[in-house]
Ligand binder design. Structure first.
Ligand SMILES: [Zn+2]
Length: 480
């Protein structure tokens, strides 16, 4: 058993083999156990749950501030409901799990297991919405969704049971109100990724070929992984009236006219945590942003036989003082100090406090930042305020560091040769593009990368393929 444990600490270098590093770290740190015998389904372990709970709590608070009410819809959806919106069924029919039997009986009405909840929720919307006074209607839930993935599965990234899937669904009087909601949602996600998770991203409009099935358009949040691949960590869709026509979601407006509602939906999953792990982690393990770390500070007493009681007493009293304002843990296990350092370092706990005879003698404490290993010695009296500032600084420093990394991963390429080189160097190529899908396909083929999406408007630029005027900047790279 001991051998097994020691061996497990020998992490692969992140630079050398990112994918292997990632797979090791989610297991060793106790985020998931991958040994569950159903492909694409993982056991979320206590440390993983604590992380996801913290992430979800912050997100749900922001959604509630936006007026979204929390609900919980059933896992089962009548199969016939999935078929009501023609694009939606086309997009999902390959991925859906079907329930055809219950006990020994064949079901009269076959059911599906939700791959996402549009077709569960919208029949209910049509019962709830009658008048313009019922609008906007904004709800969300955090649940598991199930998709039969045929590509290689990866913990927290591509799963057949997608856990902690947070989906919001809204209905509005008109297109303008729905557009405002798309902006609200994008603001919530931007704040969540930047301020809570310290994750940089690009907001891209998806090409029509990659739009959510049934949506008018899709905006996605793409993070760039250390291996240069893009990972979609959040999406916002304007559904227009596609679903409200299919599900008869109508209301009577101020002039007594009957109208279809305009809808949006937006979602985030465990990929947010995967991005935190991938972008911030290093060769020694996780590096967690203070906002979501299950433990923000660990106190480690250095126990010498002679002063054992005094050191333990001081550690306990510091713990009692800090626990009022922080998530703090006192590690008084009877274990070699080196192995304790290891445990907390690999788990990415932002601050480590050591208390030994030296510290007690001088009435100081020694604090080490996980992010950069910087050591600080401070007067024991001012510890609370000092730590509060320190955690804030770490959160900022992490975002800044990640932003530098993100910037370095995007190459503004002026021709296809440069773009191809960027992708070969495991980076994103940002290119001028004229909006023709034919050009997109040609560029994709010639530089051997996927067309991820496009965003900002620009002037006086020419498409790198056809040389016609190019309004957009498009991003190309490899993706998950
Ligand atoms: Zn073009």
């Amino acid at each position: 058993m001991k051998d097994e444990k020691e061996k497990s600490y020998a992490l692969t270098e992140k630079k050398e083999n990112f994918s292997e590093w990632y797979n090791q770290i989610v297991r060793i740190t106790g985020i998931i156990d991958h040994r569950y015998p159903v492909k694409g389904c993982e056991v979320l372990m206590p440390f993983g749950i604590e992380l996801l709970d913290n992430i979800t709590e912050k997100l749900e608070k922001m959604l509630k501030d936006n007026g979204n009410k929390k609900v919980l819809f059933p896992l089962f959806i009548p199969e016939s409901f999935l078929r009501k919106e023609s694009e939606h069924i086309k997009g999902f029919e390959e991925e859906v799990y079907h329930v055809t039997h219950a006990g020994k009986n064949k079901l009269m009405e076959p059911l599906i297991i939700r791959p996402t909840s549009e077709t569960a929720m919208y029949p209910m919307f049509s019962l709830w919405i009658r008048s313009h006074k019922d609008l906007p209607l904004k709800i969300f839930q955090t649940v598991s969704v199930f998709r039969y993935e045929t590509k290689m599965t990866k913990p927290l990234v591509r799963m057949r049971e997608v856990m902690f899937f947070n989906e919001s669904h809204t209905a509005h009087k008109n297109w303008e109100d729905a557009e405002t909601e798309v902006k609200n949602a994008a603001k919530i996600y931007s704040d969540h990724f930047a301020n809570n998770l310290a994750i940089p991203f690009i907001i891209n409009k998806r090409p029509i070929t990659d739009t959510f099935p049934g949506a008018v358009y899709t905006k996605a949040f793409d993070a760039i992984m250390p291996d240069g691949k893009s990972m979609q960590i959040g999406t916002v869709h304007n559904l227009g009236d596609n679903f409200s026509k299919a599900f008869n979601i109508e209301y009577i407006d101020e002039n007594e006219e009957k109208k279809h509602v305009i809808q949006t939906c937006y979602g985030i999953s465990t990929r947010a945590l995967a991005a935190v792990i991938a972008i911030h982690g290093d060769d020694k393990g996780l590096v967690l942003p203070p906002q979501i770390a299950p433990v923000q500070i660990v106190i480690i007493p250095v126990i010498f036989q002679k002063e054992k009681n005094r050191i333990l007493h001081e550690s306990q009293s510091l713990y009692n003082k800090l626990k009022k304002n922080f998530r703090v843990h006192l590690d008084d296990r009877d274990q070699p100090i080196g192995s304790k350092f290891y445990d907390w370092e690999i788990k990415g706990i932002p601050l480590r406090i050591v208390i030994g005879p030296k510290e007690i003698e001088k009435n100081v404490i020694t604090i080490t930042r996980r992010l950069d290993n910087e050591k600080l010695t401070i007067d024991e009296k001012n510890v609370g305020k000092f730590i509060e500032n320190l955690l804030e600084n770490i959160q900022h420093d992490m975002l800044r560091k990640a932003q530098e990394y993100h910037k370095d991963k995007i190459i503004h390429a002026s021709d296809k040769g440069e773009a191809k080189q960027a992708v070969e160097e495991k980076k994103f190529a940002a290119v001028s593009w004229c909006e023709s899908m034919e050009c997109a396909e040609t560029i994709e083929k010639e530089i051997d990368a996927s067309f991820i999406g496009y965003n900002s408007k620009q002037q006086d630029a020419k498409c790198i393929n056809c040389k016609k005027a190019a309004e957009h900047i498009a991003y190309l790279g490899r993706k998950y």
